[in-house]
Design a protein around this ligand. Structure first.
Ligand code: ARG
Length: 459
């Protein structure tokens, strides 16, 4: 097929150059957006009488046919036409002939590609947000179902203080909530129409950008044609948000991998979401969680790739910017896949309350409660800490745990023994953390109510 720039050239493109510069094998993903963008542009060209109304109508109906043809798999994409934009134009020309040549009036591939990517990204942000919400729902469901299970809470991967499993799970709800908010915020900056910027300077034709924005569902139009074709910060922002989502999923995965180990045995993953070993018959591996953790690196890489592409580019459009798409598409696929499969894995997980209770025995995780109890009876915390430390050391030396403390042992601490013994029981310890955001049952119920309100209010 003849290249649109053939007038200027005396030689055909070298094959290696053609293969190297083509992007159709990945930007074909933008086909539908490219066609919808072209339909809106053609309508605008007719409406403003930049081209005759009849030509505009012919182009619009031709583009609609091209879209139908592509959807039914009848259209052939040609790598020698470089990219999605030139392929669509060629397919249009096949259908309607020479009048197709009027479509590219008052636009450039530079403002066109920025428009396509923004349209695509708005839809994908909505899709990712929907998947985040589905996972948040499952987290809340598991928290409700396992509301009262007490487990060790960790710092430094050492037993620190008892917490409710529901509290631990809900921590991820809030992380994902901020992820959703970050995406919603990023979406505002994606939702700006670049079309009408031309190659970089604008266009001499009396175009109607507001009309195109309305047709394509953009909230607003870009204010500077050079900025509109040169920057990809909106993609960088999205990739940063994706990187944080993956960081959260990766940490959650790590918890699940640990909980699924022989040492913890806190969780039983469903057979349908685990895999076996080709050699060791006893194995049931948490591959889903491991892969989510592993794929986090790809998404970080996508962000760094794009930031590196942008860095040092002279104004305005440079072909380097074609390298924005593969990192973007890879991150979209990876984040969507990870959120989806993580939800499936979590939904069917069973938690072992007995194992967690056993694990709290002899772990001294309520030592702080012992110290706190003496503070309530008037001792300065630093004195209590010291006294409790001595008790802990004595118990360790005699091979005992805090649960072995007797009323007699605690006599010298000048605290009502009944009160104290209740506080050093893991359940009592968790129940006592009755502050907003604390792990007491009522407080977790409060969070769950707030979470459900958020989930209900969001579209
Ligand atoms: N395929 C190109 C890209 O993704 C489209 C824009 C081409 N513009 C140009 N001046 N060569 O960036």
């Amino acid at each position: 097929m003849k290249k649109p720039w053939s007038g200027r050239f005396t030689k055909p493109t070298d094959e290696t150059v053609e293969a190297f510069t083509a992007s159709i094998h990945f930007d074909a993903r933008l086909l539908e957006y490219d066609i919808l963008g072209s339909i809106a542009h053609a309508r605008m060209l007719g409406k403003t009488e930049i081209i005759p109304a009849a030509d505009s109508e012919q182009i619009v109906s031709g583009l609609e046919q091209v879209l139908v043809g592509l959807k039914s798999g009848n259209a052939r994409l040609d790598p020698s036409l470089e990219d999605v934009h030139m392929n669509v134009e060629a397919l249009l020309a096949e259908r309607i002939g020479e009048v197709a040549g009027k479509l590219h009036t008052a636009r450039s591939r530079n403002d066109q590609v920025a428009t396509d990517v923004r349209m695509y990204l708005k839809d994908e942000i909505d899709a990712v947000s929907g998947l985040i919400k589905a996972l948040q729902r499952t987290i809340v469901g598991q928290a409700q179902e396992n509301l009262d299970i007490v487990m060790p809470g960790y710092t430094h991967l050492q037993h620190a203080q008892p917490v409710l499993l529901s509290h631990h799970l809900m921590a991820y709800f809030w992380m994902l909530q901020r992820d959703a908010e970050r995406l919603a915020d990023c979406r505002k900056r994606v939702d700006v129409l670049p079309l009408g910027s031309g190659a970089l300077a604008g266009t001499p034709f009396p175009i109607d950008r507001e009309f195109v924005a309305k047709e394509l569902g953009f909230s607003t139009i870009s204010q500077n044609s050079m900025d509109a074709v040169a920057d990809r910060d909106f993609i960088a922002e999205f990739l940063a948000a994706c990187s944080i989502i993956m960081a959260h999923l990766s940490r959650f995965s790590e918890d699940i991998i640990l909980w699924n180990s022989h040492e913890f045995k806190f969780i039983e993953l469903d057979d349908s979401v685990t895999t076996g070993s080709s050699i060791m018959p006893q194995k049931k591996n948490p591959d889903v969680a491991e892969l989510v953790r592993g794929k986090t690196g790809r998404v970080y890489g996508d962000l760094i790739s794009l930031l590196t592409v942008i860095k040092g580019l002279p104004m305005t459009y440079n072909r380097d910017l074609q390298e924005d798409k593969e990192p973007l598409f890879d991150a979209v696929d990876t984040v969507k896949g990870s959120l989806e499969v993580f939800e499936v894995m979590l939904r069917s997980a069973k938690f072992d309350a007995k194992r967690m209770a056993e694990d709290l025995r002899g772990d001294f995780s309520t030592a702080t409660d012992l110290a706190d109890a003496t503070v309530i009876y008037g001792k300065p915390f630093r004195v209590s800490h010291e006294m409790t430390g001595k008790q802990v050391r004595k118990l360790i030396e005699s091979g005992k745990g805090l649960e072995d403390l007797t009323a007699e042992d605690v006599q010298e601490m000048a605290v009502d023994p009944a009160f104290l013994l209740k506080r050093i029981d893991p359940k009592g310890s968790a129940a006592a953390k009755n502050v907003p955001g604390g792990t007491a049952r009522e407080r977790v119920e409060e969070q769950i109510a707030a979470a459900l309100e958020i989930l209900g209010a969001q579209p």
